[in-house]
Design a protein around this ligand. Structure first.
Ligand SMILES: [Fe+2]
Length: 273
């Protein structure tokens, strides 16, 4: 009897230690800037964007087990065609977790709406996940490649923070909210990003992630982690005057882990084509 009860104690301890730290961690995979076309054979900067996105998604399927959702942070399509979003749906067909689609400057909101909110593909700006909330701004500005925070979304964001529903917040964007030191990219920055940056001091914002810049960046800003994620296709040379391709970097995705204590752990995984 004595042996059995010690055995039980050991098992209980192992279980607690094993499950404890991860039990309530939310794992998100961010994928961004797929730039799909209606025609699956189209290449941009010598990369077939359909094949490249497919390679990244296959790597996720093969190598990642423990994730709760995908967030696709814009420029899902390059040409905005309905067929390009059908290609996206085809590429995502093996994933049954919630998949949040966000709009980038190349996207068509009408086409995104055609394929979302009927299944696990979602188009919505807010999700509550227990202690964490995720707010996904639509930073697309009409008839412009630049980013903008729309007033009605800022109002709904403020309502959510004032209601104190979430202890911690992750914000996702398509465009970058801070300059990245690349002249051409920085012309397309979120024009009124101060509206968001000024809110970091007095809300629960722990992290802000984006795509658009086709490069990996990580910055600490007033206690929040700001980060961008590589595209699933071509990569941009950091801090270059004109947009130029960085052949030394592969496509990739980002794992974002939201811990129960408000910490964010995140890393980029590159995929060799
Ligand atoms: Fe973009």
């Amino acid at each position: 009897m004595m042996v059995i009860s010690i055995f039980h104690v050991i098992i209980a301890k192992i279980t607690l230690n094993y499950r404890g730290p991860n039990k309530v961690t939310i794992n998100i995979i961010q994928i961004t800037d797929l730039h799909l076309h209606a025609d699956r054979n189209v290449s941009a900067h010598n990369i077939n964007t359909f094949n490249s996105a497919q390679s990244v998604l296959r790597a996720i399927e093969k190598n990642e087990r423990d994730f709760d959702m995908l967030i696709l942070s814009g420029d899902l399509s390059d040409d905005g065609s309905t067929a390009s979003y059908e290609n996206l749906r085809y590429l995502l067909k093996n994933f049954d977790c919630p998949i949040y689609l966000m709009s980038g400057n190349h996207d068509s909101l009408d086409s995104i709406e055609l394929i979302t909110n009927k299944n696990n593909l979602k188009y919505q700006n807010y999700a509550n996940l227990g202690k964490w909330g995720i707010f996904m701004f639509n930073t697309k500005k009409d008839n412009s490649p630049n980013g903008i925070l729309h007033q009605h979304e800022l109002v709904s964001f403020d309502k959510i923070t004032n209601d104190n529903k979430d202890k911690y917040l992750l914000i996702m964007l398509h465009h970058h909210p801070v300059p990245i030191g690349s002249e051409s990219m920085d012309t397309m920055i979120i024009e009124n990003s101060n509206e968001l940056l000024n809110r970091i001091n007095h809300t629960q914002i722990k992290g802000i992630g984006w795509g658009h810049v086709h490069d990996e960046i990580s910055i600490k800003y007033n206690g929040a982690l700001l980060f961008s994620t590589p595209s699933t296709c071509y990569q941009a040379k950091p801090k270059s005057k004109k947009f130029s391709i960085d052949l030394s970097q592969s496509p990739g995705y980002r794992i974002i882990s939201l811990r129960d204590d408000g910490e964010i752990n995140t890393k980029v995984i590159r995929v060799t084509l």
